[in-house]
Design a protein around this ligand. Structure first.
Ligand SMILES: [Zn+2]
Length: 57
């Protein structure tokens, strides 16, 4: 299982995401980047920040 905590890259953000694989995380974080952090559509610019911080448990 993969998890990502947005607060690891955006201090103060409490959002966290869980998915079976990295792609499942990115689908959620792209949307979150756009809706919560004002990233440009489709939010994939956040991938480079998110990927190194995805944790496997
Ligand atoms: Zn966030």
């Amino acid at each position: 299982m993969k998890t990502f905590h947005c607060g690891d890259i955006i201090p103060g953000c409490a959002a966290s995401f869980t998915a079976a694989d990295d792609d499942g995380i990115l689908v959620q974080t792209r949307r979150h980047a756009v809706e919560a952090h004002g990233a440009a559509e489709p939010g994939s610019g956040s991938d480079v920040l998110v990927l190194p911080e995805i944790r496997t448990r």
